[in-house]
Design a protein around this ligand. Structure first.
Ligand code: NAD
Length: 421
């Protein structure tokens, strides 16, 4: 009998053998890629668990399809289903233009307090990439999803609010360096200790659990000391306080260096690394973007703030040629709520052409299966997608960039993956 997934009192998920999982097929190319994806998911679960497990899919509406059928872009039942069933998966949604909801994705993130935007960045052999050695890129980005300049606290110049803000800053706070007060708009950047800690804690837990070598806290703390600088400091403090000898921090390295010299500090860090402790370090965002190109092998799990994370996610995805196939998830590890999603948009020009690459939604399904603890099924898909690409059996986006490749339609690419399972 189909059952709900729920969070047990011990903070672990209970995943029944027949879980109900809501899905939104998405707008534009959504239906094409979802149809391909769901066939792969059903086939892999059957293959991995021989009929003992099966996902019961529950369609819920959002976006244009929902608007056309119900008059609402995000019906209450959809939000309720996402709350009740904990784990869900979605295709891309059209962002309504003008008025009402700013973005359906943002609404989901806020309503479910999905504070981690998780983006794994991994190279599949054969994917066209601008890098010489894209295989050296293997990172997992934890982007803070609820705070920062993205909180939407903005005041347009010329409005009453902006005038009030200006007056407050100048007259009450003694601010002197607003260069053009008459024409200035304002944006506020809230960054809290709680918000930073829950994100960084999740990143370190992930690194420990997956035996990843390091967590790098990426920030602009040299300029924005009380927001991004505090994010870094809170991160180091949390690592030492909560993770003890599971981690080795750059702060510890510096303390040893001061006391006993650099050679001893280096040896200490080496021993920690060999011993399986996660190295906690930090990088200033601009330098990180350079280093991610020059020495990607030095970075593993990345923990960063909302805006940095936005840039970094796309920049790293591009390194492995993955902008069209990069998967993503938005997660609240405390409540267990998680929405897995294709990271590209609806590409409306290509709707119903059965030509687009379904890999993004398929690989987000892999993340979902891992999150559910169905790792055998997840591994089978990853391997099968890798094999299809290695054999140059690909959809149009890769076909354009690969010599001697076989062009497949969206549904044929799904067939190829299912054959490879
Ligand atoms: P887009 O990602 O839809 O398309 C840009 C281009 O990328 C396409 O023209 C196509 O050439 C390529 N592309 C995208 N997905 C592909 C795939 N699966 N296979 C092969 N090629 C692919 O971005 P856009 O045109 O800026 O946005 C279109 C709509 O999507 C907008 O309404 C936007 O708001 C929305 N959007 C939604 C999400 C989401 O729901 N997560 C994300 C981004 C954009």
């Amino acid at each position: 009998m189909a059952e709900k997934i729920y969070m047990k009192e011990d903070g672990h998920l209970h995943v029944p053998h027949h879980p109900i999982i809501p899905f939104i097929e998405g707008d534009g190319i959504g239906p094409d890629i979802w149809k391909a994806g769901v066939r792969v998911f059903d086939a892999v679960v059957e293959k991995a668990y021989q009929g003992e497990r099966k996902i019961e899919w529950l369609e819920v509406l959002a976006g244009e399809k929902a608007y056309n059928m119900t008059g609402s872009w995000m019906p209450d039942e959809t939000m309720q289903a996402f709350k009740d069933y904990l784990i869900s998966i979605k295709g891309p949604l059209t962002t309504p233009v003008g008025g009402g909801i700013r973005s359906l994705n943002v609404a989901l993130r806020q309503e479910l307090d999905l504070y981690v935007c998780l983006r794994p960045v991994k190279y599949f052999e054969g994917v066209p990439s601008p890098m010489w050695h894209p295989e050296k890129v293997n990172m997992v980005i934890f982007r803070e999803n609820t705070e920062d300049i993205y909180a939407g606290i903005e005041f347009m110049t010329g409005t009453k609010e902006a005038d009030k803000m200006l007056k407050f800053l100048v007259e009450e706070m003694g601010v002197k360096n607003i260069r053009f007060p008459e024409t200035t708009s304002f944006g506020i950047k809230p960054v809290s200790r709680e918000g930073s800690e829950r994100l960084i804690r999740s990143a370190i837990e992930y690194a420990v659990e997956h035996r990843m070598p390091s967590v790098t806290i990426v920030h602009k703390g040299n300029i924005m000391k009380f927001t991004e600088g505090a994010f870094k400091n809170w991160g180091y403090e949390l690592a030492e306080r909560e993770f003890g000898d599971k981690v080795y921090t750059w702060n510890q390295w510096e303390a040893t260096k001061k006391e006993s010299g650099e050679a001893v500090a280096n040896e200490e860090m080496k021993v920690a690394g060999i011993g399986g402790r996660v190295i906690i370090k930090d990088a200033i965002a601009d330098n990180f973007l350079q280093q991610a190109l020059l020495a990607p092998q030095d970075y593993s799990v990345i923990a960063t703030l909302n805006l940095n994370g936005d840039y970094i996610s796309d920049a790293l995805a591009a390194q492995v040629g993955g902008i069209g196939i990069a998967p993503g998830a938005n997660i609240n590890y405390k409540t267990g709520h998680a929405v897995f999603e294709a990271t590209h948009g609806t590409a409306p020009r290509f709707a119903n052409t059965n030509t687009m690459n379904p890999s993004s939604v398929i690989l987000s399904g892999v993340m979902m299966l891992e999150y559910m603890g169905w790792n055998d099924a997840a591994e089978l898909i990853t391997h099968a997608v890798g094999k299809a690409i290695k054999n140059k059996k690909v959809t149009i986006d890769f076909h354009k960039l690969m010599e001697g490749a076989t062009l497949l339609k969206t549904n044929e690419f799904a067939d190829e993956i299912i054959r490879n399972l």
